[in-house]
Design a protein around this ligand. Structure first.
Ligand SMILES: C[S@@+](CC[C@H](N)C(=O)[O-])C[C@H]1O[C@@H](n2cnc3c(N)ncnc32)[C@H](O)[C@@H]1O
Length: 259
């Protein structure tokens, strides 16, 4: 990064700006300056990414990427490193966007756009993307399925990379086509039943945490919204391909019909 007189930004100046823009959630390495060295998940998300990076195409040349809830840009930068032609990161928090823009300038990452945006407004982007990244956002939403539906309807063209905080019993679940009104209810008590844990107050001190699904629930919601799971490298992470149908055989009540 250069200063206004085109001199390289010295480490002390990077440290000063990092402190000014903090606190950070992404622990980035900005030429030796860590942005969140005391992160409770340690080196996040760099260490997390190591566990599933192999499922994302190594070469994204010519591809477009939308990173929803981009935070300080870790995944946007990684996709740019893989050659993605267009990378757009959106987040509803200006403070994180300022971090992302600063990190991009220090790291010399060009052609990544960071823009304020709500997941609810993805339709207004008016554009589809080859890869949509939706990592660590779902459990912050009051209306998680609506978000997946909007992503499917408006911005996903091919791949969706999804991750959520999860809790409860791990394991995938294959639902029956239907359940009996009287006998079916006992199935809901099976530990592996797709389940969302509702947080009325706070979780981890964060009032924006609303819903924590188990693994089967993440998988079921993705399928239901029209995403076919093609890679599942760890319980929380799913790489999906957009399909034209949700798992009920249609993408929600067909347009123009009653529910
Ligand atoms: C836990 S962080 C995840 C950051 C990053 N995607 C990752 O996986 O490391 C959640 C991010 O989503 C953003 N976010 C939460 N709700 C959002 C919404 N409704 N629209 C856009 N961004 C949102 C937050 O500001 C935050 O940057």
């Amino acid at each position: 990064m250069l200063d206004s007189a085109d001199r390289p930004l010295v480490k002390a100046e990077i440290e000063r700006r990092v402190a000014e823009l903090g606190p950070w959630f992404h622990d980035l390495d900005l030429h030796g300056v860590r942005t969140a060295p005391d992160h409770f998940l340690w080196r996040y998300p760099e260490n997390k990414f190591k566990r599933f990076r192999h499922v994302i195409p190594e070469d994204l040349s010519g591809k477009s990427v939308l990173d929803i809830g981009c935070n300080a840009g870790f995944y946007s930068f990684e996709m740019k490193r893989r050659g993605a032609e267009r990378v757009l990161g959106i987040d509803h928090d200006e403070r994180y966007l300022a971090q992302a823009r600063f990190a991009a300038s220090v790291l010399g990452v060009r052609d990544v756009e960071f823009r304020r945006g709500e997941v609810w407004d993805v339709g207004a982007l008016g554009e589809r993307f080859d890869l949509v990244i939706f990592m660590g956002v779902l459990y912050h939403l009051r209306h998680p399925l609506l978000a997946l539906d909007l992503i499917h309807e408006h911005v996903a063209r091919d791949l969706l990379l999804y991750q959520s905080l999860q809790a409860g019993t791990d394991g995938m679940f294959q639902p029956d086509r239907d359940y009996d009104f009287f006998d079916g209810k006992k199935e809901f008590d099976r530990p592996e039943w797709p389940r969302m844990h509702f947080i009325e107050q706070r979780y981890a001190g964060d009032p924006t945490n609303w819903w924590v699904p188990n693994e089967a629930c993440s998988a079921g919601m993705l399928r239901s919204a029209g995403f076919t799971i093609i890679e599942h490298p760890e319980p929380e992470v799913f790489l999906c391909r957009r399909s034209d149908q949700g798992s009920r055989g249609a993408v929600y009540p067909a347009k123009g019909t009653a529910a």
